[in-house]
Design a protein around this ligand. Structure first.
Ligand SMILES: *Cc1c(COP(=O)(O)O)cnc(C)c1O
Length: 426
């Protein structure tokens, strides 16, 4: 074996996996079991006391899920990861380690519609207060910092318009404020952007989208960059203070640069319970093996479709950072040189009614509320995912009444363009 570091595509196929030691199975087996037999009473006690690593119960950890965790940690360049039941579960588990009731976190206003809802309503009921900032105005993050701020949350490529966030600039604000930067990297995937290389302390994903990639399994993951010092300023008691649940150990002191991932597992996942099924972990692992191939095709197709739309008379505007004329093109060249992703929006001259009409005329595109499938998808956010927002908030989050969102799949681009042509023309 040479000592060269494996490249991204090699890691996508191999990281975390080895032939099954018992059977020789080469694909990672689905360990479809709730629980694991202890060697003896001492072994059991040391597992429960966090003195030894090992399997106890699938709510807390599972060997199939462990391969997925190691693989995504390797692809993102983190120290450790924790797989959970969905992208939304990942967000709850992350913030539970960071916020006490009455605390605040700053979030970019351009986010997945479900995250806007989760932050505004569900998290409010936990006493976690979201303060919104504008990802196109870095100073708005700085102005939002207060002594109760515990984290900053952004998307690398932001829903729904595929805009690119200046991760390094927001990371500078987070460093100055002494709080971790959390980046939702769902729309980029680590193939296009690795937020940790740009100053992120925690990365979260909805595995449901490009990582799983086939529209067949819900899942989420949290990646610990290992970069944040949780002991300063008494701000993060879950990580820095003695934990009564575990005989008074301090997680940061005991686990060092993967303490955050451990906290998410032993304080978050164990107690809140959103465990990922090993079957879903297997499906998502299989998807990740082809991530580099799929992601490049998604991006190349998206660019061709965006160029077609930009030249169509019924189209008022196209928001795709991969177009040279786009306002995010500079940021795209810096952060996502291989491609600007496959989710973007465009505006129709005919407004709300034209948006509703288009989604009903498309045949190859599926009209549904998802992104990151092999299949091409379409939705009219103003009448669906973003319908809970008032008109001003819709426009601010990039989901005005005339806006249609596409998630471009890996079909032949000529067929996608032909479908759009018939639906726009008819
Ligand atoms: C889908 C999505 C989520 C939520 O993930 P689920 O797996 O549906 O819970 C969060 N962030 C982004 C950017 C998403 O696209």
């Amino acid at each position: 074996m040479s000592d060269r570091l494996p490249g991204f595509s090699t890691l996508a196929v191999h990281a975390g996996a080895q032939p099954d030691p018992t059977t020789g199975a080469r694909a990672t087996p689905i360990y479809q079991t709730t629980s694991f037999v202890f060697n003896d009473a001492d072994h059991a006690a040391s597992l429960f006391g966090l003195q030894a690593f090992g399997n106890i119960y699938t709510r807390i950890g599972n060997p199939t899920n462990a391969v997925l965790e190691e693989r995504v940690a390797a692809l993102e360049g983190g120290t450790a990861a924790l797989a959970v039941a969905s992208g939304h579960a990942a967000q709850v588990v992350v913030l539970q380690q960071l916020l006490q009731p009455g605390d605040e976190f700053i979030a970019a206003r351009k986010l997945y519609g479900g995250s806007i809802n989760q932050f505004t309503h569900a998290f409010q009921s936990f006493g976690w207060n979201v303060v919104w900032a504008d990802p196109d105005d870095i100073a708005s993050f700085e102005r939002a910092v207060t002594p109760r701020t515990k984290a900053i949350f952004i998307e690398s490529i932001a829903n729904p318009a595929g805009s690119i966030t200046d991760i390094e600039a927001v990371s500078t604000v987070a460093r100055k404020a002494g709080v971790p930067l959390i980046v939702d990297n769902t729309l980029a995937s680590p193939y296009l952007i690795r937020p940790i290389d740009h100053g992120a302390d925690i990365v979260v994903h909805s595995l449901t989208k490009f990582l799983g990639g086939h529209g067949n399994s819900i899942g989420g993951i949290i990646v610990d960059a290992g970069t944040f010092d949780w002991s300063t300023g008494g701000k993060y008691p879950m990580l820095a203070e003695p934990r009564p649940e575990y005989h008074g150990i301090r997680l940061q002191e005991t686990f060092g640069n993967f303490a955050f991932a451990i906290a998410c597992r032993v304080l978050g996942l164990r107690d809140l319970g959103p465990a990922l099924s090993p079957f879903n972990a297997f499906m998502i692992l299989t998807g990740i093996e082809t991530l580099p191939l799929r992601m490049q095709k998604h991006c190349d197709n998206a660019k061709a479709v965006a160029e077609f739309l930009a030249g169509h008379p019924a189209v008022a505007s196209v928001n795709y950072a991969g177009l040279a004329s786009d306002k995010y093109n500079q940021l795209a060249r810096k952060y996502a040189p291989k491609g600007a992703g496959a989710v973007f929006t465009f505006g129709l001259k005919g407004g709300y009614d034209a948006g509703v009409s288009l989604v009903s005329k498309l045949q190859l595109f599926s009209h549904l509320a998802n992104v990151g499938d092999t299949r091409s998808l379409v939705i009219h956010p103003a009448s669906t995912t973003h319908s809970q927002l008032d008109d001003a908030a819709k426009v601010k989050s990039g989901a005005g009444p005339d806006v249609v969102r596409l998630s471009i799949g890996i079909e032949d681009k000529e067929d996608l363009i032909a479908d759009l042509e018939q639906a726009l023309g008819a």
